[in-house]
Design a protein around this ligand. Structure first.
Ligand code: ATP
Ligand code: MG
Length: 393
């Protein structure tokens, strides 16, 4: 079957009144963006509570479906055939032709589900169901009716034109990007933070990312890897600004001034402070990290409390309660895993102590940070001001 259109379904929970327009408009915008990467020309339209993506040229069907599967807010993608209303006899022919092409093997149960939006149509839904059912049974003797659990639910929607569809491809769910504010992701080259960004974007949040880079201790290749990850997340989250902060001087200064077993914690506190400053400039309302309780020394509850203490913005940690394998499963599903496991050093691994504190005492940490008083404010300011911005899409 050569489809020319998709009917896009979205979950309607919480999408009422004024919100509905916002939700639908954001969804249309994201669908357009996603289809830009597909061979072919498309128009995306919104019509009485329905969203359609129509191909205006030949197009790559599989790529189009894959692209739509990455648009948050879509609950189902229905490849659809749209026919002109040329009378009921013609409709019968079209329906038979549709079934014949989509289901070469007819050993299937079916049900016709007609909906009549055009109330002037000469038959009501019951009559359409019955009469189409009859002609299907006559023409394809291997097909049988099952009104409860049909293998083929043939939807026939009578509007100005008539929509025929029976295939339902699950979408990713979630909310369209742009319906829930903006947040700043601390994106490292690891497995967890891309997954965390994906999860928050799935709730409709526009995300930006910040990466702390420590040249020459971390290579350009490590930075490229993070850019690659940002691009992979952007396939779902939409175009994303990636801020690359040069963190070397700050790390060296901390290394010189503070007890080595506290390095990781103090460094992480400065990462959070700087991320929050950039987030504020970018009008983000929250931070996102890939932290998970107990995964490493810097993610004990005590360490999380110590890093969290320096932020006033809410910090979203969507994988906080996940086991590593659960995070890996998502990263494989969204296609970031292979990139995440490329072996390039992370700025945190270079300055790690042999025995980092696992239960930092906030007062002790604060006292250690006082040793940075002379230069740190200026260094933080410079780091924020000199951040490089890369647009990833
Ligand atoms: P990930 O797999 O996301 O790298 P991780 O298990 O390696 O996480 P940590 O290195 O302790 O854990 O980092 C915890 C979180 O801090 C990361 O998920 C990320 O959000 C943030 N983070 C760590 N390093 C960086 C960095 N260089 N730049 C930006 N954010 C970072
Ligand atoms: Mg890491």
């Amino acid at each position: 079957m050569k489809y020319q259109s998709f009917l896009i379904k979205y979950a309607e929970i919480g999408v009422k009144g004024k919100n509905r327009y916002m939700f639908e408009d954001a969804l249309v915008k994201q669908i357009r963006f996603a289809l830009k990467s597909v061979d072919g020309e498309f128009e995306v339209t919104k019509e009485s509570g329905r969203i359609y993506a129509n191909a205006l040229s030949d197009f790559d069907y599989d790529d189009a479906v894959e692209a739509l599967k990455r648009v948050f807010g879509i609950s189902a993608i229905c490849p659809m055939v749209q026919v002109d209303d040329l009378g009921f006899e013609e409709l019968k022919k079209q329906v038979l032709q549709y079934l014949d092409q989509v289901y070469p093997d007819k050993h299937l149960t079916f049900k016709v589900n007609a909906r009549r939006a055009n109330k002037h149509y000469p038959k009501n839904s019951e009559e359409i169901n019955r009469d189409l059912g009859e002609v299907i049974l006559e023409t394809f003797p291997d097909m049988q009716v099952d009104v409860h659990h049909p293998q083929v639910m043939l939807h026939v929607e009578i509007r100005t034109r008539i929509n025929l569809y029976s295939q339902v491809i699950p979408g990713p769910g979630g909310m369209p990007i742009g319906t829930n504010g903006r947040a700043m992701l601390l994106l490292s080259g690891g497995i967890d933070s891309p997954v965390a960004g994906y999860m928050i974007a799935k709730r409709g949040v526009v995300i930006e990312a910040v990466y702390f880079h420590a040249p020459p201790y971390t290579s350009d290749r490590a930075k490229e890897k993070v850019v690659d990850l940002a691009r992979l997340v952007a396939r779902y989250a939409g175009p994303m600004k990636l801020h690359i902060v040069n963190f070397t001087d700050i790390q060296l200064y901390i290394y010189d001034q503070c007890p080595h077993e506290e390095l990781t914690i103090i460094m992480r506190r400065y990462m959070m402070r700087i991320a929050e400053m950039i987030a504020e400039k970018e009008k983000c309302l929250a931070l996102i990290t890939g932290e998970s309780i107990g995964q490493v020394a810097s993610q004990t509850v005590q360490s999380l409390a110590a890093t969290n203490e320096v932020c006033t913005m809410p910090v979203f940690r969507p994988v906080i309660g996940f086991d590593k394998q659960e995070i890996v499963d998502i990263s494989e599903k969204i296609g970031t895993f292979e990139t995440s496991i490329q072996p390039f050093e992370d700025c945190c691994t270079i300055f790690v102590a042999k025995h980092p504190v696992t239960k930092p005492n906030i007062n002790v940490i604060r006292r250690s940070e006082e040793k940075l008083a002379e230069k740190i404010d200026e260094m933080v300011k410079t780091a924020v001001e000199t951040a490089e911005v890369i647009r990833c899409e």
